[in-house]
Design a protein around this ligand. Structure first.
Ligand SMILES: Cc1ncc(COP(=O)(O)O)c(C=O)c1O
Length: 369
């Protein structure tokens, strides 16, 4: 490829970035889907298959027609939106927040989890990540030029670190927080970032467990709350950084320099989602739980799913995600893309139609012989 300027070299920080796992996976799956054969079943991507309820869409439509929506929005987000998320934290997760100082509004939590590394870690500081874990955490550490350390999300033990990233329910391991892990992180002395993207999607009668409900959590860390999975709003790009006021202030400072707020229609939709009827959240959770039950009961393999919309599956000797893709036209997310500890495992996404889940189960059983 021709460089944009003769002899220009890409800045080191770009060279440090790992391959973007999902971009590569999507391209690989699309290439395979384009080949002749039965329609490919895609269990690879964690993209909610059902959007938000009608009252949320109507709130966005009303806002789009409102004169006040067209100028630059307030950089740090609408106070009503911060109040709405604070009310949810109080009522659902048992956490009291000061919406003015302890809530930052962000355009999706993916951006925030990268930016948090930039505002918490100095070059060379140690950041501990779950392995296997969400691939963009690794990108965040690379951009910040921090030193990477890892821990097992299923049996967590933390070594020396300046920042610890947690994610429960875990993507891709689909476990909820092991007993005592939040308290251990609070006591550690590092900054803590808890990614709560799948917080509401917990199964078998479990209640959502916010990191911020742990005594002392707000002194050391923040939680990322995403509208994507609880409300089917992944394409709307709306989330929150919640908790420690100093960290919230740092994120707002960075955002003041590289963003100019979030479209009012998206924020009004967020308010409608958080303050309106909540049946859709429970229906969504129940739908994923039923699919999870179907997959776990059908597969004679070691498989885990306590929450999220994933099943984390140990592949039997000789069966790889690549073989499932090319020989059985079934795409899973290969475990090694989530870190070296994911090798030999694969992630099934249940964010597909019931029909696709049935087809996928059939193909997996066929592959197992
Ligand atoms: C663990 C985890 N964190 C964060 C995100 C990003 O979510 P958002 O849509 O809020 O950017 C995802 C999306 O798949 C995720 O799986």
């Amino acid at each position: 490829m021709t460089p944009p300027v003769a002899n220009s070299e890409r800045p080191n920080r770009l060279e440090r970035l790992p391959q973007q796992y999902f971009t590569a996976l999507l391209a690989r799956v699309a290439a395979e889907a384009a080949k002749d054969g039965e329609p490919l079943v895609n269990f690879g991507r964690g993209n909610p298959e059902i959007g938000p309820p009608a009252h949320v869409i109507e709130a966005a439509q009303r806002a789009a027609a409102d004169e006040r929506s067209h100028g630059y929005p307030e950089f740090s987000g609408m106070p009503e939106l911060k109040e709405a998320i604070a009310a949810r934290y109080r009522d659902v997760y048992g956490v009291e927040l000061d919406p003015g100082r302890e809530v930052a509004v962000v355009p999706g939590t993916k951006t925030a989890l990268v930016e948090l590394c930039l505002v918490l870690a100095e070059r060379g500081d140690t950041v501990l990540l779950p392995d296997p874990g969400y691939p963009d955490y690794f990108s965040a550490v690379a951009l910040a030029d921090a030193t990477l350390g890892t821990f097992s999300p299923t049996e967590p033990a933390f070594g020396a670190a300046d920042v610890i990233y947690l994610n429960y329910p875990s993507n891709p391991c689909a476990v909820v927080a092991p007993d005592g892990v939040f308290a251990a992180a609070v006591e550690h002395g590092a900054f803590v970032v808890h990614d709560f993207a799948y917080g509401d999607l917990v199964f078998d009668g479990r209640a959502p467990e916010s990191f911020l409900a742990t005594p002392g959590a707000k002194e050391v860390g923040v939680e990322l709350f995403s509208m994507s999975k609880s409300y089917g709003m992944a394409g709307w790009r709306l989330g929150f950084v919640i908790g420690n006021a100093e960290i919230v202030e740092r994120i707002n400072l960075l955002q003041d320099h590289n963003r100019a707020g979030i479209f009012r229609g998206v924020q009004e939709a967020g308010i409608a989602a958080l303050t309106g009827p909540q049946d859709s959240v429970d229906e969504r959770r129940a739908r994923y739980e039923a699919r999870r039950d179907r997959v776990l009961e059908a597969l004679p393999l070691r498989a885990v799913s306590e929450g999220t919309f994933y099943v984390w599956l140990e592949l039997p000797e000789g069966l790889t995600a690549e073989r499932l893709l090319t020989e059985h036209r079934l795409a899973l997310a290969p475990g090694e893309g989530f870190g070296p500890a994911g090798a030999g495992w694969a992630r099934i996404s249940l964010a597909a139609t019931d029909h696709a889940v049935e087809l996928g189960v059939e193909r997996l059983l066929r592959a197992l012989g």
